[in-house]
Ligand binder design. Structure first.
Ligand SMILES: Cc1ncc(COP(=O)(O)O)c(C=O)c1O
Length: 479
């Protein structure tokens, strides 16, 4: 590495092609490539190309083709990931509805919690389900969602579907049930992890096919796009197109990379033609991965790959079978993931206390499976199990005020032990499970305190996003 050019020199020498990656972006080698990063870099001053913010010229043509491919009536390309797309959609919905109340599952991405705070959107969260053994968030049931709509009178329903691990609701049944309950509720799906769903019937039903009103996708995750690429899809009826286009124009940079936008065009083209076949191959590769782990004599009783059917039988209606969740009985996910990266250059999508998530990407092969499972066998043999005890993730949510109101209040900092009954003034997010334990404006209960005390003890294995990194104090609203 040239220390004067730390970033550029590493990239110019190529990201080490000996790495084995089980993480995004998932880009098929045959996707039409964007060429000429420097030579073709150009701005909206080249008027005859059109303007992406105005949705005209070649940009409009590409959007129209994408809408057709992804099963929507309209599509816009976005260059700040689903993060930017969520901001655009929430700003548009708030302006359209004025008095907006949103019901959401607890597994929202931070772009949602930050945008709702900034745009003063009132959010009610459904009590979360957390599977303690597998340490994963499990979707709420349709009945719970309908009950949530009944109690909160929300006019927008946001569902993050699928979850990070690929667990998916029966979206078609959900949409039908919500429409029957109240026809004008806007159904908004954060489908960041489902950009490949529209192209294979071996994947969960995608939001647009299920009849949702609007969704965002991270095309860069599993949909063949370059990093940052995302799409917003929507259908006519409940979405005011003028507000959406206003948000798009207002929040999109005035100098978006045409290379990224062109990469989205290439992703759409490839997935439309080849998606079914290449996704099918990934599902088969994932099955081979699980089988190899579960048939290994070295790993028996220590490591288990969770079968896709176990997830659909026990926790959700459908699952993205290109994801392999590997559960470690008592071994640390962080320790194993670190050894895989340091000693074998095997990069995993994420690790948790006792889990590792492998995403089958379009770059992976059977050789990668063998190399990875052999590395796991070698390292697990040298590792010692740890006797960790995680408390149950508290499911009860008691909201006292909206997060945007809590943000404006004067604050106190108190010891966590002394915080029961106080209203929290900061978001507290432990990883795992990566879903908020507490959101600004909620009441702290004894279960939250017990959970944080336990987290403090296991601090080396888990992370918690909280102002006091030593997890001794917490910010609360002044009384
Ligand atoms: C559910 C969900 N929504 C939105 C995002 C943001 O996506 P991006 O990285 O494309 O900005 C993520 C990122 O992981 C996510 O998991």
């Amino acid at each position: 590495m040239n220390t004067d050019l730390p970033l550029l020199s590493v990239f110019n020498n190529g990201i080490d092609n000996t790495i084995t990656r089980w993480c995004t972006p998932s880009i098929h080698p045959s996707v039409p490539r964007v060429r000429g990063i420097y030579e073709n870099d150009i701005s909206v001053s080249y008027h005859s190309l059109g303007n992406p913010s105005m949705d005209n010229g070649i940009f409009h043509q590409a959007n129209v083709l994408a809408a057709k491919a992804y099963g929507a009536q309209h599509t816009l390309f976005s260059v700040n990931g689903s993060t930017g797309s969520n901001f655009m959609v929430l700003r548009a919905l708030k302006n359209q509805l004025g008095n907006m109340k949103m019901l959401a599952q607890r597994n929202v991405h931070k772009s949602i919690s930050v945008a709702t705070e900034d745009y003063h959107i009132d959010v009610e969260y459904l009590d979360p389900h957390y599977e303690d053994t597998l340490q994963i968030f499990v979707p709420n049931t349709i009945e719970e969602i309908l009950e949530g709509l009944r109690v909160t009178h929300a006019n927008v329903l946001l569902i993050t579907n699928p979850t990070y691990e690929g667990l998916s609701m029966d979206l078609t049944a959900l949409v039908k049930a919500v429409r029957a309950f109240k026809n004008d509720v806007i159904i908004y799906i954060d489908e960041a992890w489902g950009a490949h769903f529209p192209f294979s019937d071996r994947m969960p039903t995608c939001a647009m096919k299920a009849g949702a009103d609007i969704c965002v996708q991270s095309t860069h995750k599993q949909g063949c796009g370059l990093q940052q690429t995302s799409m917003i899809h929507w259908n006519d009826g409940r979405i005011d197109i003028s507000w959406l286009k206003d948000s798009y124009k207002s929040l999109m940079t005035t100098s978006p990379s045409f290379h990224l936008l062109a990469s989205l065009d290439g992703s759409r083209y490839f997935m439309e033609k080849e998606g079914a076949e290449v996704i099918g191959k990934l599902v088969d590769l994932a099955a081979a991965f699980r089988q190899r782990v579960n048939n290994s004599g070295f790993l028996r009783g220590k490591v288990m790959a969770i079968q896709a059917e176990d997830l659909t039988q026990n926790f959700c209606a459908q699952t993205d079978a290109t994801k392999v969740l590997v559960h470690l009985h008592g071994f640390s996910g962080m320790e194993l993931a670190k050894k895989l990266e340091d000693y074998y250059k095997i990069i995993v999508e994420k690790y948790e206390a006792n889990n590792i998530l492998f995403i089958m990407t379009f770059q992976n092969t059977k050789v990668d499976v063998e190399r990875t499972v052999m590395a796991i066998e070698t390292e697990i043999a040298k590792m010692l199990p740890e006797s960790l005890h995680f408390p149950k993730f508290p499911a009860r949510i008691e909201k006292r005020m909206s997060s945007f109101v809590a943000k404006t209040k004067e604050k106190d900092t108190v010891r966590i032990e002394d915080s029961v009954g106080r209203v929290v003034a900061e978001d507290v997010v432990p990883y795992p499970p990566g879903i908020p334990l507490l959101v600004k404006g909620e009441v702290i209960h004894q279960e939250h305190v017990a959970y944080l005390e336990q987290l403090r003890k296991t601090k080396d294995l888990l992370t918690v996003i909280i102002t006091d990194e030593s997890v001794n104090t917490i910010n609360v609203v002044k009384e």
